[in-house]
Design a protein around this ligand. Structure first.
Ligand SMILES: C[S@@+](CC[C@H](N)C(=O)[O-])C[C@H]1O[C@@H](n2cnc3c(N)ncnc32)[C@H](O)[C@@H]1O
Length: 323
């Protein structure tokens, strides 16, 4: 039997977050999305953690959308599917694709070709028919994004320099593996740590500012999440500050008004934390590439995330080179 293939539904790669959408798709699915926001891969990833990678469907059938509906039903029937409290959903990409048929009738016709009880209000299994201009993809939904960033954006403690939660989640996805120990050495109100803790990672944070450290602690507690947060200077922390080594660092470097002074502070932070984890991702409003290379970081990817024309965040995904 051939190994299963998965279709990932991804946020449409358009607009200001296009580069981040594409980077997250590559990190989670191993492949780029097409212009409709679809990626097909034989890698399985649970998309509950996805920021822009929204759903994973195990492909059972892929056929040209030029075939007749009767032929489509026949091929689905030949799969001999067994369902239990299942439903059939129709997904259109693009959303406004014109259809020459009633989509609810199609869902119904597919449903009668699957054995077992249907349950439209509380389904335990969902079969999805994804309709695109060129193909019908039919499969079993395996996972969807929990979209938890929408709640984290409404956390009790936040500041004007806080990172949007969806961007924070994508940065974590570009960096970590399941089970990692994640450090944010400039944690602010904890945007990055909330995402990491929600994914089941062990999270650790520090901030120089007591108010910020407390904000992170309270935000984590507000959502019933745990993490170790201390008052500390990222220029001085060491692997003994938390008593454990880390697998990954993700951080949003401080923004400041005095460029020269701040650049020096950033360099000191980057130099001090370099050996604390083998993988690190930084976001900054200035180009860190020269500093990172001088300090021995190996840059894997740089992703531009413009907020508007005059404010562009740059995400640097790196690996540490020893020595
Ligand atoms: C851009 S903010 C982080 C915002 C955070 N990602 C959030 O969403 O709330 C940078 C943080 O770095 C902290 N900071 C500045 N210098 C620091 C240092 N030397 N060590 C640790 N934290 C520092 C600031 O207090 C600030 O909270």
């Amino acid at each position: 039997m051939s190994s299963p293939e998965y279709l990932y539904l991804i946020a449409k790669p358009v607009g200001r977050e296009t580069e981040l959408i594409r980077a997250e798709s590559l990190a989670l699915t191993g492949t780029w999305p097409d212009e409709l926001g679809i990626a097909v891969s034989n890698r399985f990833t649970d998309t509950a953690r996805g920021a822009y990678v929204l759903a994973n469907v195990e492909i059972l059938l892929s056929v040209s959308s030029k075939i007749t509906l009767d032929l489509l039903y026949q091929q689905i029937c030949q799969l001999g599917l067994q369902g239990h409290n299942f439903c059939v959903r129709i997904i259109k990409r693009p959303k406004k694709i014109p259809l020459s048929f009633d989509q609810f009738e199609v869902a119904n016709q597919i449903g009668v070709r699957i054995d077992g009880p249907a349950n439209l209000s509380k389904p335990e299994m969902e079969f999805w028919l994804i309709i695109t201009p060129r193909r019908f993809w039919f499969g079993l939904k395996r996972s969807i994004s929990d979209k938890q960033w929408t709640h984290f954006n409404k956390r009790p403690h936040t500041t004007s320099s806080s990172l949007p939660s969806r961007i924070a989640r994508a940065m974590v996805n570009l960096t970590v593996n399941p089970g990692d120990r994640l450090l944010d050495p400039c944690c602010g109100t904890g945007t990055i740590l909330l995402e990491g803790a929600n994914m089941g990672l062990q999270v650790f944070g520090c901030d120089l500012n007591l108010k910020m450290k407390e904000a992170t602690r309270k935000n984590l507690a507000h959502f019933g999440l745990s993490g170790a947060v201390v008052l500390a200077d990222a220029r001085q922390i060491s692997s003994t500050t938390f008593g454990h080594p880390f697998n990954a660092i993700v951080t949003d470097l401080p923004y400041g008004i005095s460029l020269v002074k701040d650049e020096e502070r950033d360099r000191q932070i980057l130099a001090n934390i370099r050996m604390l984890a083998p993988r690190a991702t930084f976001v900054s409003v200035r180009d860190l590439s020269q500093d990172l290379e001088n300090l021995g970081y190996q840059i894997e990817t740089i992703v531009q995330v413009p907020k508007h024309d005059r404010f562009v965040r740059q995400v640097f995904v790196t690996r540490s080179v020893s020595g």
